[in-house]
Write a protein that binds this ligand. Structure first.
Ligand code: 6R9
Length: 658
């Protein structure tokens, strides 16, 4: 990729200073950057002291076997104790930890004292099932409190969990069980999604017929939907309510080494088998706890926090389970989809619980934009004081919509860049410090070192573009890929010597702030220019008739790649395109709009209005599949799509794709 590359095209001039009141009482001020810059390791040692250690660490970082890091290696602690018991011991047992809202409308409020009893019982049940420190446990669950309880019970016993999205297929589950050599699977009969019960147990049964899963000796099943015709294998399958409920609700946690494995979480790369990202105990908990406190300005006595992610995504691990609970937060856990039974469900939940901090993904924000401004306007959202975004670059127009229609034009937005591999947030504004810019994650958090480099690993000057790299180790970093140290080295540490290669394109603006431009694989080469898919998408979304856009580069004999855009139109405009002439008029209008926003080089060669885009469960658009369509190829692996029928609809739209 050339340096002038990753075109510095889109100019975003809007600026939003932090609200004065928030700034005056912020948990973290600008001083944190200075302190961490002066003594990075001292800074992290201080953050580690936010936790309760059974043995206080005397070492901070051991980088002698780089890039295999050890953080706080001579310390010992128990993660579940830190997330639950210590709050009870500190007199906070009556505080609600989880406000659960089921999709059908059933609710449960679980206090920290209750959570302690439930986690203790679940830990005893796992012991009865033979789980010992070091054994891997697969968790395949809907979004219900037992999922969090199961994770904490594993952590309490030092048994690394591997949470697999409830939306994944039996095959995907089997591959992950096999790779981690899991001994127990925790699941449910099903969960509620889109207004109906959707079964989970059958996928577990099917997965366990696959070779490589023979070591699973128990399947622990939560009853959620009460479906009746559930297959049962005696001796292997155990009901949660039968085994867990009869256990003692007192359990003394054992402290584990800071580098004891906490969990494995699989990320599906574009090719090859999924990578089992390994996270360990002390450093991980230190950084998720600190970032949750700093980036959301969490005041646990008064805030009601809600992260809408699925717990099967890293965002759910770090910012539903471990970050918020380690900080003693009160949070909402919602089982279902945002439009069930109506498109205002989320805003109804915000109003009902008085949510003050909301953390969601750009894909969800764009869906809400598409449904219309009048929907959130019907609810009282005045409790909100910090809004977060994660998962993809957020288009400036989506950012502005989020601020205006959800945040009353006043609430700071923290756009948090991080990855499964980084374990915790890495780049983000701080809500009481940063003057925010719509669409930018802006800068590395205190204690984190990131920059943008060119092909030769030289740091680019302000205004330049290239690749995002992390230049110093950080506490929550992945320790390796489970069972494959070589792949860890090759994937992350071989592209630029001594630097972690994130795989994302990025640019620095004139102030040195960082803008993420999407995965490097998604950058297009058009007539010798590198053009970012993200910027063309943002230009399209800035047109009033476009709700969402996905852009890919399709092979082209004249220009190497040609820009091909798939767009979802907003309500009225969608109807217009069914009329062929009006439709082609709109396509011309959109091409002209992109050309005017970014320059003629970025004008899409083709624009196709579609009803849906292919997305993963974490909301990321699978551009790879759209490239397959645009280049008239057979589709690659679709197993991680939320809904694979979307691709049939898109393909049906284009008989003339090539
Ligand atoms: C947490 C999570 C990681 C990839 C990452 C990047 C994209 C995440 C982003 C963002 C721009 C943000 N990404 N947050 N891009 N701005 N705020 O999403 O983890 O599922 O492993 O994905 O997501 O491309 O490299 P994961």
């Amino acid at each position: 990729m050339s340096n002038e590359s990753l075109a510095n095209l889109l100019k975003e001039e809007r600026r939003f200073p932090p609200p004065a009141d928030l700034a005056a009482h912020a948990n973290v001020t600008a001083a944190a950057y200075e302190q961490a810059a002066g003594d990075r390791l001292g800074f992290w040692a201080e953050q580690a002291a936010r936790l309760s250690w059974e043995t206080t660490p005397t070492q901070t970082l051991d980088w002698s076997n780089a890039p295999f890091a050890k953080w706080f290696a001579d310390g010992k602690l128990n993660v579940a104790y830190n997330c639950v018991d210590r709050h009870v011991e500190n007199g906070l047992g009556d505080r609600v930890a989880i406000h659960f809202e089921g999709e059908p409308g059933d609710t449960r409020a679980i206090t920290y004292a209750e959570l302690q009893r439930k986690v203790s019982k679940a830990a005893h049940a796992l012991i009865e099932l033979g789980v010992r420190a070091g054994d891997r446990v697969a968790i395949y669950m809907p979004m219900i409190p037992e999922t969090v309880i199961a994770m904490l019970a594993c952590a309490r016993l030092g048994a690394p969990h591997s949470v697999v999205f409830g939306g994944f297929s039996a095959d995907a589950l089997a591959t992950r069980i096999n790779d981690a050599d899991a001994r127990v699977v925790i699941t449910a009969d099903g969960g509620y999604r889109r207004g109906k019960a959707s079964a989970l147990k059958p996928a577990v049964d099917e997965a366990l017929t696959r070779p490589g899963t023979e070591n699973v000796r128990s399947v622990l099943v939560v009853r959620r939907t009460g479906q009746e015709d559930i297959a049962w294998q005696d001796g292997r399958d155990v009901w949660w309510h039968e085994i867990v409920e009869r256990q003692s609700d007192r359990h003394t946690p054992e402290a584990f080494d800071a580098e004891h494995p906490l969990f494995i979480l699989y990320t599906s790369g574009t090719t090859g088998k999924p990578k089992g990202i390994l996270h360990t105990t002390g450093g991980y908990l230190t950084q998720v706890s600190y970032t949750h406190h700093a980036v959301f300005d969490l005041k646990p006595e008064t805030d009601v926090y809600w992260c809408t992610a699925d717990v099967g995504w890293v965002t759910g691990h770090s910012y539903i389970t471990y970050g918020p609970l380690s900080n003693g937060a009160t949070q909402v856990l919602y089982e279902g989809t945002p439009d069930t039974p109506h498109q205002g469900r989320w805003w109804e939940i915000v109003q009902k619980y008085g949510v003050t901090i909301l953390y969601t993904a750009p894909t969800a924000i764009r869906a809400c934009m598409k449904w219309g401004d009048d929907i959130p306007a019907k609810f009282d959202l005045s409790s909100l004081r910090v809004l977060g975004s994660v998962g993809e670059p957020i288009n400036p127009e989506a950012w502005m919509w989020y601020r205006k229609h959800i945040g009353a034009d006043a609430t700071p937005i923290v756009d948090t860049w991080w990855q499964t591999e980084t374990g915790a947030m890495m780049l983000s504004p701080l809500p009481g410090v940063t003057e925010t810019k719509p669409g930018s994650a802006q800068r590395a958090l205190p204690g984190i070192s990131a920059t943008v480099v060119d092909d030769e690993a030289n740091e680019v000057p302000n205004g330049g573009g290239g690749y995002l790299v992390l230049t110093e180790p950080w506490p929550a970093m992945l320790r390796t890929i489970w069972g494959d140290d070589q792949r860890y080295l090759d994937t992350y540490w071989s592209r630029f010597e001594g630097k972690y290669f994130a795989g994302d394109g990025a640019k620095k603006d004139d102030d040195g702030d960082i803008w993420l431009l999407g995965r490097v694989d998604d950058v297009m080469l058009v007539s010798g220019h590198n053009i970012s898919t993200t910027e063309v998408e943002s230009a399209l979304v800035s047109h009033p008739k476009v709700a969402e856009a996905a852009v890919v580069g399709a092979a082209d004999p004249q220009t190497t790649q040609a820009i091909c855009a798939f767009v979802i139109l907003r309500g009225g405009a969608a109807a217009e395109t069914s009329d062929a002439d009006a439709g082609s008029g709109l396509v011309e209008e959109l091409r002209a709009h992109v050309s005017q926003q970014l320059g003629p080089i970025a004008k899409p060669k083709r624009i196709l209005p579609v009803a849906e885009l292919p997305k993963t469960r974490s909301g990321k658009i699978m551009r790879r599949l759209l490239r397959d369509v645009a280049e008239n190829r057979d589709l690659g692996d679709v197993t991680t799509l939320t809904d694979s029928s979307v691709m049939d609809l898109i393909q049906a739209k284009l008989p003339s794709a090539a």
